[in-house]
Design a protein around this ligand. Structure first.
Ligand code: NAD
Length: 298
């Protein structure tokens, strides 16, 4: 039985910590929220009184926090001075590439091994233990992290050195944001041109316009597999999280002077959507904004 500290028991971390406990690990869990700690206890984790109490003596320390500033403060304030020598530090949060690299360097300077291991897959995959992990760090760090990640997911891929996991995550999600908008606008145009949307799906899903956004996550209700569109765009991958990831991609692109015009446009459109009704909707709900704006322009 391995001893694992898990910090950040929110929508994603709650299910992930539960799966680590289910796999037989001794999970010492910490969150600032008492409700989250209570849920973790019911799921078989041992609630800790502080991050330091969770971390002390753990063989692996896993963080699943909102953003880079939370990760950096937990690492600086609690982790660096209290992690056991030889512990593997695994950050599964989605954060900016620069912070991920800085944290890994600071860990190495203290003789600790850290990897960034952001996930693909939402709350349902976190609960079901079917996440995909993309891991940045040394080969040795990857090999030490892998068994713990396997307890929480179905696919674990080494993306490259420190920060490479976050880089792969933001590139993937930038592609997803742009293809979702392109899929939505294709359906909105097809509708205006008088096409039957199921018929258009039958054509495009086996033609060159096919994408995951179309065949696995169709933004139109009643077409394709069941998706958040069939639940009035509730659940799924929240639009504000897509916007967060697009902003991270834009920051990363600016740092390395990459040209990302479609990513930039997707970021602007998701900002508008989130400023309006999108704040509480799945990211595929952006089709509503495109349809409504189409109506307003005649
Ligand atoms: P969340 O807000 O539900 O959970 C974050 C948790 O961290 C909260 O419970 C909060 O109390 C806790 N926390 C914050 N600061 C803390 C600290 N200093 N010490 C201890 N606990 C602290 O967020 P989430 O949806 O679980 O997302 C977590 C991460 O996973 C984010 O980086 C997000 O971008 C990423 N992600 C989310 C999804 C998703 O569908 N929700 C999918 C993929 C990746």
């Amino acid at each position: 039985m391995a001893s694992v500290a898990f910090i950040g028991l929110g929508n994603m971390g709650g299910g992930m910590a539960a799966n680590l406990a289910k796999a037989g690990n001794d999970v010492r869990a910490f969150d600032l929220s008492a409700e989250a700690l209570d849920r973790a206890k019911k799921a078989g984790c041992l609630p800790a009184e502080s991050a330091i109490a969770a971390i002390t003596g753990a063989e692996a320390v896993i963080t699943m926090l909102p953003a880079g500033k939370h990760v950096e403060s937990v690492y600086q304030d609690s982790l660096f001075d209290h992690a056991a020598p030889g512990a593997i530090l695994i950050d599964c949060s989605t954060i900016d590439v620069a912070t991920a690299r800085r944290v890994a360097e600071a860990a190495a300077a203290r003789g600790l091994v850290a990897v960034d291991a952001p996930v693909s897959g939402g709350i349902a995959a976190a609960n079901a233990g079917t996440l995909t992990f993309m891991v940045g760090g040394s080969k040795a760090g990857f090999e030490r992290a892998e068994p713990f990640l396997t307890d929480m997911g179905k696919t674990v891929i080494h993306a490259g050195p420190a920060g490479a996991g976050q880089a792969a995550k933001v590139c993937n999600n930038m592609l997803l944001g742009a293809t979702m908008i392109a899929t939505c606008e294709a359906f909105a145009l097809a509708e205006k041109l008088g096409l039957d949307l199921q018929n258009f799906y039958d054509i495009a899903s086996v033609s060159s316009g096919q994408s995951w956004s179309m065949t696995s996550y169709c933004p139109v209700p009643g077409v394709g597999p069941e998706t958040p569109a069939d639940r009035d765009y509730q659940g799924g991958f929240a639009a504000p999280l897509m916007l967060k990831d697009l902003k991270l991609a834009m920051e990363a692109a600016a740092d390395v002077h990459a040209q990302t015009p479609m990513g930039a446009r997707a970021s602007e459109l998701y900002q508008r959507f989130v400023d309006g009704e999108g704040a509480g909707l799945d990211f595929s709900g952006i089709i509503r904004m495109l349809r409504e704006e189409g109506e307003q322009t005649g």
